[in-house]
Design a protein around this ligand. Structure first.
Ligand code: GLN
Length: 175
């Protein structure tokens, strides 16, 4: 995983007044939290670690039970019910099909500027999923009940509106 993603996300959320802590092991789940951020990184590695560390089942249960979750990039892949051309399913709570590494460019490089970082896009979303944003006809942000899935990395930009939106989701659950 890339710690910078965590650090940037934590800073953005803290700037908006949220208390933030990292979940790195099963005992961190004993602390109370109103929302969960699944950051970018490599979904294959994240999925493996979540399982090995005993975080997978408890977090999946919490998401199913309505815990607000904001998932960027690899996190979006973790939530997706289907991954295109790949039988792997992680949490499988978000009824979309994602296409991994959708913005890699042959011969030019694997990282385009902008805030897509080897990003997935959503190839297909069920009717119950609200599409929040598309780029070039591909879905890059969705909301489904308590779940916010985005392909890009708002934490690497100055604009913190995505994080503010997520904190509102966390508050909604409380009220
Ligand atoms: N390429 C990564 C994956 O497929 C996602 C990239 C990211 O999180 N920036 O898991």
């Amino acid at each position: 995983n890339t710690p910078a993603y965590f650090a940037e996300k934590m800073k953005e959320l803290q700037a908006l007044g949220a208390d933030v802590f990292e979940i790195r092991q099963a005992k961190d789940l004993e602390r109370h939290f109103d929302g969960l951020v699944l950051p970018g990184g490599e979904s294959t590695v994240q999925g493996k670690l979540l399982r090995e560390l005993g975080l997978f089942v408890p977090l999946q249960e919490k998401i199913r039970a309505g815990l607000p979750v904001m998932a960027t990039c690899a996190g979006l892949i973790l939530l997706a019910e289907h991954i295109a051309d790949d039988p792997t399913v992680h949490f499988g709570t978000l009824p979309v099909t994602v296409k991994r590494n959708a913005y890699d460019v042959e011969e030019i490089g694997k990282q385009l500027p902008f805030t897509f970082i080897r990003a997935p896009y959503i190839e297909k979303a069920e009717d119950t999923v609200k599409v929040l944003s598309s780029v070039d006809g591909n879905i890059v942000a969705v909301r489904y009940e308590n779940q916010l899935g985005i392909s890009f990395h708002p934490e690497v930009t100055e604009d913190n509106r995505v994080h503010a939106y997520f904190l509102q989701m966390c508050g909604q659950k409380l009220s």
